[in-house]
Design a protein around this ligand. Structure first.
Ligand SMILES: C[S@@+](CC[C@H](N)C(=O)[O-])C[C@H]1O[C@@H](n2cnc3c(N)ncnc32)[C@H](O)[C@@H]1O
Length: 308
């Protein structure tokens, strides 16, 4: 076999998709329990909207430290070599690369399906972040890792952060961002958010049962600061931002409204396959929970929010 034939074989392996429970997934990921979210246009659209939402949230909450491009804080300076882990639609990669045509942005993801448009100084590669990251040591100025917790196995986080530490040059920075998918009420009306609580329970249980090394545990995202210090990072700080899931807060009405569309789509997209494939509930009950949870996300009287 020539190298070319091998290459085609590898690419096909990553390209194949399958339809399950009404959405389209990457076959390679499902077989190995890597990314259990869909790779269809609907998810691509959601991720693009969520990318814009995050820029609005950060611009609002961190405006002093956050330049107008809204992609990373000012103190990161002008990174030459940038790494984006789990690039998805490549919206972030592409904007960083366009903002500074002299920098090179390397993106790693298990799937290329959602990335449609990116400039030449953006190099996208297939990699499973559960495996050791093989980029050269001290070759990166800035690492960005956003919303990949659903694809990292429980015991991988420390190794993942150590790998990223190794790839960074002295003085380099890392920016991690994850949702804490526990929905809360700002005015003590948590009893009105029962379907959301049930959704979180089912989704966390489904990920926990993953066949991939010991499953995934999303509550780990609240421990990232400790894990970063253990991985030898210095000058570590965490910012937890409360983001409304509808327009109940007049100070951030637009953000709440945008987040409502995002969260109503997210709770379906990320949970459908894991919950139904493990038989944690039947499809009809899952639809009922989803429908009730979507209504609760929009329930202004309960002032629902989650943390970023
Ligand atoms: C929710 S999307 C987020 C995309 C992008 N970071 C953003 O914020 O818009 C998660 C992405 O991470 C990728 N991913 C999840 N687990 C992964 C893993 N173990 N290895 C490589 N990519 C992974 C998925 O394929 C998907 O593109």
């Amino acid at each position: 076999m020539s190298d070319e034939a091998d290459l085609i074989d590898v690419e096909d392996r990553f390209k194949a998709t399958l339809d399950k429970f009404g959405r389209t997934y990457q076959t390679y990921s499902l077989e190995r329990e890597i990314n259990l979210a869909p790779v269809d246009d609907e998810e691509g659209f959601r991720l693009e909207q969520q990318h814009d939402l995050v820029k609005d949230i950060l611009g609002d909450a961190l405006s002093d430290a956050w330049p107008h491009h809204g992609l990373y804080p000012s103190f990161v300076g002008e990174p030459r070599d940038v790494l984006d882990c789990g690039f998805g639609t490549a919206s972030w990669c592409a904007e960083v690369a366009e903002y500074d045509p002299d920098c090179l942005v390397i993106g790693l993801d298990i799937a290329l399906h959602l990335a449609t448009d990116f400039p030449e100084n953006c190099s996208l590669e297939i990699a499973d972040l559960n495996e050791t990251i093989t980029l050269a040591s001290s070759s990166i100025d800035f690492v960005h890792s956003r919303f990949i917790a659903g694809g990292l196995s429980r015991y991988r986080w420390p190794g993942y952060l150590s790998d990223l530490f190794r790839t960074l040059r002295d003085g380099g920075w890392i920016q991690l961002m994850e949702w804490d998918l526990s929905f809360r009420s700002n005015n003590g009306e948590d009893d009105k958010l029962q379907a959301l609580r049930e959704w979180t329970r089912l989704y966390y249980m489904a990920l926990d049962q993953s066949r991939q090394p010991a499953g995934k545990r999303l509550t780990q995202v609240t421990q990232l600061e400790d894990m970063l210090r253990t991985a030898r990072f210095q000058n570590v700080s965490t910012r937890s931002i409360e983001v409304p899931t509808c327009g109940w807060d007049s100070r951030s009405k637009k953000i709440g409204e945008k987040n409502l569309a995002n969260m109503q789509a997210l709770i379906e997209a990320v949970a459908r396959y894991p919950v139904l494939s493990r038989g944690l509930t039947d499809p009809a009950t899952f639809e009922q929970i989803l429908s009730a949870a979507r209504a609760e996300l929009a329930l202004e009287s309960a002032q629902p929010f989650l943390r970023l």
